[in-house]
Design a protein around this ligand. Sequence first.
Ligand code: HEC
Ligand code: HEC
Length: 473
Amino acid sequence: MRASIASFTASLALCALACQGQPAADAGAPVDAAAREALAADRAGSVFTAPNAAGAAQTINASGGRVIDPGNPFFQALGTNGRACATCHDVRDNMTITPARLRDRFDATGGTDPIFRPVDGATSPDADVSTVEARRSAYALLLSRGLIRIGLGVPPDAEFELVDVQDPYGHASAAELSLFRRPLPATNLRFLSTVMWDGRETFPDASQPGGYAPLALELADQANVATLGHAQAAAPLGDAQRQAIVAFELQLYTAQASDDGAGRLTSGGASGGPRVLSAQPFTFGVNDPFDGGPFDPAVFDEFTAWQGSRREARAAIARGQELFDHLPIAITGVSGLNDELGLPVVQGTCTTCHDTPHAGSHSVPAPLRVGTDLPEPPGGLDASGLPVYTLRDRATGELTRTTDPGRALVTGRWKDIGRFKGPTLRGLAGRAPYFHNGSAPDLASVVGFYDARFGLRLTEGEKGDLVAFLRAL
Ligand code: HEC
Ligand code: HEC
């Protein structure tokens, strides 16, 4: 990785001489000069370095192929509205999108960049997009929190019914709820046990080990559905295109590579950065705490007793890792965990739910309701501007209010309301905001949420350490 950082810097320097005036050719082309240069410099490379507020992240193509490969359908407009996968999964934003760059894209194009399409970029598909000012208002949730509108209906045989809708944008109904969600990063995919926030692209298959269809098959279906939906294609993707997309995206790994305080995150043998991640073994169910798996992730052990330069910043990351691994959390009121186990309190840690080594996702499908979907979520999360749905259990008459029923719109089950997967926790620093609905503007807000939600009583120092650790992932 050192060599690649060096060669990246060198190619930037060369590019400053050679690349002047070259237009950026990709869909969703970068608008600021620095990004354009980075893209030009890295276009043919298998490593892409993306600066962020904490330092820099890197995305690598582990096969040695290009990270930005215009020949791959991932980068091509496959539908009718000019969008590619890369429109919403942008390597400069760790394979998702971020509000700051979306605002740049809006300003540079007057809100006509392909990401600004009414179908799911706007707060309603019927929103007025006739003028720049109308577009600024129609794309408000995209511009402020990077949210895409997912339209899903209540399944016909659901155990619940929709009894009230408060949609400020006047579109949502039982036939199509408007759910505003962050694009999950299309990277580090090899570690996934669950595809999409609500697992709707994860298919039970009893004939397979683990009980689910092979990941590549799920991702191929996902690519097709994304093309028909987000890109408004008239016909399904062909098999060759699906396979080319899946083969490409499965080779991508993203992680923070350097930290402004701690320096290179592979220093002294530490296991930060995407290269080590790409070599991390994964098996379905690995370390699942409910299957007796021990868990002791150790990305930054080498920083614990570090005596060299940058000692303070490295020690903070190591202390944060220690908290993440071992801070006792009395997990309570989590639908999908406490009820499934029949335990009002589960004594756990952050890693109870983020258990996949080095990746931080859950190694089996285990959608959970931690409370991020509530109209007034705990811990100061920002749910403003989201529609609010009231659902009634057909059997008991019980009511619940939510901004997103999550898993329940896939299964139709009452108990699945508000449940979402625990996502991968790598390359976090460059892709705020967090949680499925972008309700945490930064990592300090994520930590603040858990502190309030589980009564952790973290000191300011501990909060800072946890943020330092998360930022370095
Ligand atoms: C308009 C924006 C947009 C476009 C275009 C788009 N996506 Fe996505 N993508 C999203 C959103 C939003 C989600 C999360 C939706 C959810 O979970 O309900 C997502 C989720 C994903 C995931 C799931 C990752 C995970 O952790 O489960 C993959 C993989 C993915 N997209 C790949 C693609 C591919 C391949 C294409 C092109 C064929 C594509 N996307 C086009 C917005 C987009
Ligand atoms: C009870 C299970 C559980 C515990 C314990 C837990 N998490 Fe989570 N975590 C989740 C789930 C589920 C999500 C996704 C929620 C959503 O998006 O609505 C999540 C999301 C996150 C995210 C946002 C990731 C993203 O891409 O948006 C971060 C960061 C995170 N958790 C860190 C932590 C830390 C730090 C701790 C310990 C203090 C912790 N988690 C403890 C289940 C848990």
